[in-house]
Design a protein around this ligand. Structure first.
Ligand code: XUL
Length: 537
């Protein structure tokens, strides 16, 4: 019998699944269900429900529940030997929250295989929709919680991050302030991750330390609920939160619902779920300090493992607990691949022409710089978006293409300095990583080799690997991370882009000019905000 482990990833737009065979070191099954296409009855667009207030972004939790049933059906239909799965873990989009009433615990305990999961959970929600990470409505609540905790640096030191609108604590506070009766009716607040784990385990699941770090509610060093942060957020919150747990905690055997309905092994273990970023850390094989991952998607993220907890006291970055029990740092830039696309379109280039522009221009762009903040930016915090050019001719298409990429890479280098991780290697993932010109600028700015990783489902793979690790630990068998990962996460051969020494020294100087340009722009923005405030008075 093979030793199979199952990893799921409940992300914003889809539910993905990966089954791995730990003995042959192979992925034996992969599947993905797109929410909009598979469940049109929920009316989502890209997995979310838009509101008349553009800051409010929710998703229907019952859609995620239906997706779990559909995924089990799919695995069984595809002939996956469900009885050979030894453990299942998962990954959830971070920060999103699910609000359950006092019927939920019983419903989870008594799941009936004859009915669907969603039919049995429909009456268990105290809030029909879930705010997710794209929701940026609790602006006032962020200010209030930060103030109670003693300011930006103190909040970051206490919870791993300054308050952020998408973080769960500020979201809970807004719910409590606007719908106090519904808040009172809430018996349990889950994260997307712990909610999905609760279904598989047939009981309310703990929140793991990794996803718990994205709430502004957990003491990042003690890995326990932070009493002052709870009090700053909403009354009686402690009794509504499940316990916290290590990322390798086994909740128990899977619910008999999945055994009877889909043929899962009754002894299969349900392991706690974690957030998608902590799971990706594992799926990319990052269990040692010294490697950074840069994901080039719609937004860009940069993250890495940290052995000790070092927070960003300026409040731009985040520290989460890693699934290894260490820490991980993360920064999230909103103006990612879309900014490149905007510049490309501005000059009517296609991607080939955009890439060729790098051959016709020189690293450092002869001192020309760009600040490509088309959208409000998270890092640095920019609330007055706009494209800014410094010594850059707007008629020079090639120089503008180079400038946008150089700006993004310089910004990543500059704003990741607080992590104090000397990157010996960068792993590039996400759509933008197929572009060799972008990877060369990345290698030159970061001054280290860059490997492109072709793993597309890094969060689901990370979840499957976490399931294997938790199972081995539970059975008191050797569970060294490097051994668990072997064969699954190595970068493909010949995928390395090496830094060019001369270009690297150009960027070492240019980063100072870039930092100065950013500082000037931030000062101008602050002055403009002051002026408009004065005009309002
Ligand atoms: C991280 C973040 C996103 C979500 C969605 O802080 O908000 O990466 O985890 O995937």
């Amino acid at each position: 019998m093979a030793r199979l482990f199952w990893g799921l990833d409940s992300s914003t737009q889809s539910l993905s699944s990966i089954v791995i065979d730990l003995d042959s070191r192979k992925v034996v099954h992969e599947a993905s269900l797109n929410f909009d296409k598979t469940f049109p009855q929920y009316g989502t667009v890209n997995g979310v429900l838009r509101n008349s207030d553009p800051l409010v972004v929710h998703s229907p939790p019952l859609m995620w529940v239906d997706a779990l049933d559909a995924m089990c059906e799919r695995l069984r239909g595809d002939g996956v030997p469900m009885n050979e799965i030894l453990a299942v873990a998962g990954s959830g989009q971070q920060h999103g929250s699910v609000y359950l009433n006092n019927r939920a615990a019983d419903a989870l305990k008594n799941l009936q295989p004859k009915k669907s999961l969603s039919a049995q959970l429909a009456r268990c929600l105290s809030r029909p929709t879930s705010p997710i990470w794209m929701d940026s409505s609790p602006i006032v609540e962020c200010v209030e919680i930060r103030k109670t905790l003693g300011g930006v640096a103190a909040t970051a030191r206490a919870t791993g991050s300054d308050t952020f609108e998408r973080f769960t604590g500020p979201q809970i506070r807004r719910f409590y302030k606007r719908q106090p009766q519904d808040y009172d009716r809430t018996a349990c607040i889950c994260l997307v991750s712990s909610f999905m784990a609760s279904l598989l385990a047939g009981q309310i699941a703990p929140i793991d330390h990794g996803d718990g770090s994205g709430m502004n509610l957990m003491d990042i060093r003690k890995k326990a609920w932070h009493p002052k942060a709870l009090a700053a957020t909403a009354p009686n919150l402690r009794e509504k939160l499940p316990p916290l747990a290590e990322s390798w905690r086994v909740i128990g055997p899977v619910s008999s619902y999945f055994v009877e309905k889909y043929g899962l092994n009754p002894a299969a273990l349900a392991v706690v779920w974690s957030g998608d970023n902590p799971c990706s850390l594992i799926g990319l094989g990052m269990v040692e300090e010294g490697t950074l991952a840069i994901s080039l998607g719609t937004s860009y993220t940069c993250f890495g493992l940290m052995k000790t907890c070092r927070v960003d006291e300026r409040g731009e970055g985040h520290v989460f607990v890693a699934p290894t029990g260490d820490y991980m740092s993360l920064i999230c830039f909103k103006n990612g691949s879309l900014a490149c696309e905007r510049i490309r379109d501005m000059y009517s280039y296609d991607w080939k022409q955009f890439t060729e522009a790098f051959r016709r221009t020189k690293p450092g762009n002869q001192g020309a710089l760009m600040l490509p903040w088309f959208e409000p930016e998270i890092v640095p915090r920019i609330n007055r978006p706009g494209l800014r050019r410094i010594n850059l001719d707007d008629r020079d298409a090639d120089a503008n293409c180079r400038a946008v990429v150089e700006a993004q890479m310089l910004s990543i280098r500059l704003h990741s300095a607080w992590m104090k991780v000397k990157a010996r290697r960068v792993l590039a993932t996400g759509g933008g990583s197929v572009n060799p010109a972008i990877l060369q600028v990345m290698a030159d700015v970061m001054n280290c080799p860059v490997n492109r990783l072709e793993i597309t489902k890094s969060a689901a793979l990370g979840a499957a690997l976490r399931a294997a690790h938790a199972y081995l630990k539970h059975r008191r068998q050797p569970a060294r991370w490097t051994e668990v990962l072997r064969g699954f996460t190595e970068p493909p051969p010949n995928s390395e882009v090496r830094p060019d020494k001369r270009a690297a020294s150009v960027y070492k100087k240019l980063i100072k000019q870039y930092a100065a340009a950013e500082k000037t722009a931030l000062e101008e923005m602050a002055a403009a905000t002051q002026r408009s405030r004065r005009m309002l008075v």
